[in-house]
Design a protein around this ligand. Sequence first.
Ligand code: UN1
Length: 490
Amino acid sequence: MTTSSPASLQHLIAGRWVAGTGEDVSSVDPSQPDIIVAEGAAAGSADVDAAVAAAAEAARAWAATPIAARGAVLLAAAEVVDRHAEDWGRDLSVEEGKTLAEGVGEVRRAAQILRYYGNEGDRQAGEIYASPRAGEQILVTRKPVGVVGVITPFNFPIAIPAWKIAPALIYGNPVVWKPASTVPLLATHLARALHTAGLPAGVLNLLIGGSDVGDGIVNHPNIDAITFTGSTGIGRRIASIAAARGVPVQAEMGGKNAAVVLHDADFDLALDQVMLGAFRSTGQKCTATSRLIVTDGIADRFLDALAERTRALVVGNPVQAATHMGPVVSDSARKTITTGIDTARTQGATILAGGAPYTDDARARGYFIAPTVAELGDQPADVWTDELFGPVLAVRRATDAEEAFALANDSEFGLSAAVFTQDLTRALRAMEHIDVGVLHVNSESAGADPHVPFGGAKKSGLGPKEQGTAAREFFTHTTTVYLRSGAPRA
Ligand code: UN1
């Protein structure tokens, strides 16, 4: 499909949709990069200042708005998002490259997240402690943390923004949001949904642009907290700036997530789930399965079947119904991943499937990477340690479950993992042994429900976890109140 004419970029500042004052930018369809999806002037530094000022001005009234009224806006926005799931899912597929079904599913998921936080007023409960002194109570109250800078990645262009912005708003904080510049359509759709649902001017500001806009937000003296999802390098840089300025940061960063298939696993279930974990969204998830550890008892048969299934994946334009896997997001992503595969080969990997670029059909012009399975021996290999953020699965064999769990832990990251076994004792052992923020037993390594904590162990995350009740820890601060009567005790 082709978008008839490019959408023109606008920014939401102080409740008005405006043109930017920065340089001209454009985004493209990654399966047909000659097609421009959106274009216009990016936000400039004056826009960053105006957005932060609008948010700061809106802060007090928004914090004083009852949580149920804030929630009503999120619930109304959820309806708008749900109503547009088909169209926006298609836009998502066109600008980001995941399949149409995944695109529509993600838009519905964003609506679900908005609904979850929209109902937060009904669930709020607090803490009261016993006091060691007579006539005193000790309570913990919560206040919004202030103006929140939200910086989001390309790979979930509406779900990740929803799971950062919805809790920021429900707990009373105004937002200045910069999405990845590759996915402006979905950002605009979400901001419009919240705006038309009745969000007061200045409570949500959307700035589209590149890293200079992100830097402008992160360094702005009136930004009180920063939530970020993206690469480890940028996350650490943001965290160090935030630390120097003394503002809290929540950074959700890299993963090198392992699936462990033990000899007693249900073969077909494990195969289906490893395929989904590795190749859904073209492997562009921080929770994707990028390492596979198989024990000897099942390895030969499993790897044969996996290679065959991988070769059979239909790779192409993601809006076509027959497509299993679309392109990666950009030319630079394609180059990084292709180099990663070449390096794996020179470091001794055996390529069981994929590995070669598309050269002889329309895919050669798009940012496509063949889904790739690379088996390693005992040698060190970058493909085992470095996040490539694409459809590349590195494989090692293990003699038994203990060795497999140790290999799963052989990473500086600890976001998610999947273990396939029918043996309860081994599953319990995996829970004890594998050091991750999210563990799946007999399901793929990706996936996150809105009402439970999400985030990584080790070098995958910094600051409080996201979603569920965990989100409140980041988006509020507490006041411990020692409460005694002002009159003499009777
Ligand atoms: C999921 O696994 O469905 O950027 C969500 C990412 C993660 C979200 C994963 N923050 O891929």
